[in-house]
Design a protein around this ligand. Structure first.
Ligand SMILES: [Zn+2]
Ligand SMILES: [Zn+2]
Length: 144
């Protein structure tokens, strides 16, 4: 279920949540704990990170003008009698905790763009190409 996000759970999700009624809705509050694994954005090495996050999830009855609600932590309350399914909300919270730009280390040199060698393991034989000039696009402008 996590495959499309690039975020993989390394450990089972440990949730400690309690729910209570607030007005027309239900407030679910507690902690989520797990470890997530993502690929380094530069060299693709797996990087594991702790997630230990306090969450407040408000489930409220859908409102007519829901478009105006700009609070990412309000979820629609299911119809009366249905069980509250936390899967979607919890998944979203875990994904929010996973950093968008994961690096195995801050100065990861990444992969050589020419030969694909992981430069963490040492330099390759490639001669670095001259950086492309930001003005190059102007050379190709054709005039009729
Ligand atoms: Zn890396
Ligand atoms: Zn190379």
């Amino acid at each position: 279920m996590w495959n499309d996000t690039g975020v993989e759970l390394v450990e089972p999700l440990d949730v400690d949540l309690s729910a209570r009624s607030v007005g027309d809705g239900v407030l679910v509050r507690g902690t989520l704990r797990t470890r997530v694994r993502q690929a380094c954005r530069r060299c693709l090495a797996p990087v594991e990170q702790e997630v230990d996050e306090h969450v407040d999830l408000l489930f409220a009855p859908p409102e007519e003008d829901a478009e105006d609600v700009d609070d990412g932590e309000v979820y629609p309350l299911p119809a009366r009698g249905d069980d509250l399914d936390l899967t979607g909300a919890v998944r979203e919270q875990v994904l929010l905790q996973a950093p968008e730009f994961t690096l195995c280390r801050e100065d990861c040199p990444g992969l050589c763009p020419t030969c694909g060698k992981d430069l963490n393991e040492g330099a390759c034989e490639c001669v670095p190409e001259a950086a492309e000039s930001p003005w190059n696009a102007l050379k190709n402008v054709k005039f009729d």
